[in-house]
Write a protein of this length. Structure first.
Length: 413
């Protein structure tokens, strides 16, 4: 009798556990109330910001539209997601890598309910023409919006979008670059700095915040207002982005960097690469689209390219040959010097369908030398070989440099 009771009890506990596991699995299989995708609108040397927020499975908000050169990536992503209508497009500031994809949206039958945009004063635009923006481009966009009866709504530090289920997006700071409390600034410091709140989860969208306004925001007494679980890193991670003190004030659990691979690996991102040792970081030029899903109490990040890559600061562990994984081997083992540059290997590994050896499809990226040049991907003679050692794989890289023959080997479990 006692034993039968025990069996029933175990059965009950087992079933309850199964139900809990199934419920949890079902929950995570569903898209939660908030999904943010940091769209990979980077090509080659060009970087840009474009972030799609999907709220309560129905509302779509696009923060920035990327550079015009990358508009195809933006359109392709929206098409894949089945998004043909945007409830709002927010342009954080008047730079081409943020407003540049807007015309493509208008010309490709994407319905836009309203655009939130504070065009920078022409005086500032003129100073940053042609490299950052142009008055002509900005006016073309504004005329096109007027032609289509799409309202262009200016933002203030009181602008807030409130949704169901405890979700809101609030502009914390926005200045015009002329009447900023710290005096005149560049266009980056006119960025709308916004906090997205989903119940307990806070995400800070820092536009292209630079050092001068970054210092002001950090030093303000209400410093806790910028504390967030996730930081959309300002200015694509490149100097002269906000000081380290800003990052300390935000205290993010994770950071998302909208940057091309070449920018991320260049000297301009050196300080942020150092910070990435402290805060787990994803870069969409490396990881592909970065998807953040929040249930209001926790979040998880997924990346388009099998982003199980360990955070930058973790020593790279052995990667299973058979799993889909991106391995970052930076800092692993010896750091051979190649013509004055540290060698940096980024090696995505993917299992082939027939179960044979994984395919290696990326190579070697030397960090830039002291010249700080951008051509970090200048080709170098490289021979990558993969062989099987029992249950393990060995990856060997050979290359010729000024100092002669070089080789590195990694054994992958
Ligand atoms: Zn930018």
């Amino acid at each position: 009798m006692r034993s039968a009771f025990k069996t029933r009890w175990y059965l009950f506990v087992g079933l309850a556990l199964l139900a809990a596991i199934a419920g949890f699995g079902y929950y995570w299989l569903q898209d939660p109330d908030l999904v943010w995708t940091a769209i990979n609108v980077n090509t080659g040397q060009q970087q840009g910001d474009a972030h799609l927020l999907k709220i309560n499975h129905s509302v779509h908000i696009l923060i920035d539209t990327g550079h015009p050169d990358c508009a195809d990536s933006l359109l392709q992503f929206l098409k894949e997601q089945g998004v043909s209508r945007l409830n709002a497009v927010i342009i954080t500031h008047s730079h081409r890598d943020h407003y540049g994809g807007l015309m493509a949206l208008l010309n490709n039958q994407i319905t836009i309910d309203s655009v939130y945009f504070n065009p920078a004063p022409p005086y500032l635009v003129k100073k940053e023409t042609p490299w950052g923006c142009s008055q002509e481009e900005i006016e073309t966009i504004l005329y096109a919006l007027v032609d289509r009866d799409i309202p262009v709504i200016p933002m203030t530090s009181n602008t807030q979008w409130v949704f169901d289920n405890g979700t809101s997006l609030k502009v914390l700071y926005i200045y015009d670059g002329l009447r900023t409390p710290i005096g005149p600034t560049d266009i980056n410091d006119t960025s709308a700095i916004m906090m997205l709140t989903h119940q307990k989860i806070r995400i800070l969208f820092a536009g292209d915040l630079n050092q001068p306004l970054g210092r002001y925001i950090t030093q303000r007494r209400d410093i806790t207002s910028i504390k967030a679980d996730i930081l959309k890193v300002p200015h694509h991670g490149a100097e002269v982005l906000a000081d380290n003190a800003f990052f300390e004030a935000v205290q993010p659990q994770a950071m998302v960097v909208p940057a091309s691979k070449s920018l991320w690996l260049s000297e301009r991102c050196q300080r942020l690469r150092n910070l990435a040792a402290q805060y787990p970081t994803r870069v969409n030029g490396l990881d592909g689209h970065i998807v953040i899903k929040s249930d209001g109490y926790s979040f998880r990040m997924e990346t388009q390219w099998h982003g199980n890559r360990p955070p930058e600061h973790q020593p790279p562990g052995p990667a299973p040959c058979g799993s889909s994984q991106i391995m970052r081997l930076a800092g692993a083992g010896p750091r051979p010097v190649w013509t004055g540059m540290n060698l940096h290997l980024v090696i995505p590994i993917r299992q082939s369908n027939d179960g044979t050896l994984p395919t290696v499809f990326a190579g070697v990226c030397p960090y830039p030398g002291s010249d700080g040049g951008n051509d970090v991907f200048s080709s170098m003679p490289l021979d990558l070989r993969l062989s099987r050692l029992g249950h393990r794989c060995m990856l060997a890289a050979h290359w010729i440099s000024g100092s002669g023959q070089n080789a590195i080997r990694w054994v992958l479990r």
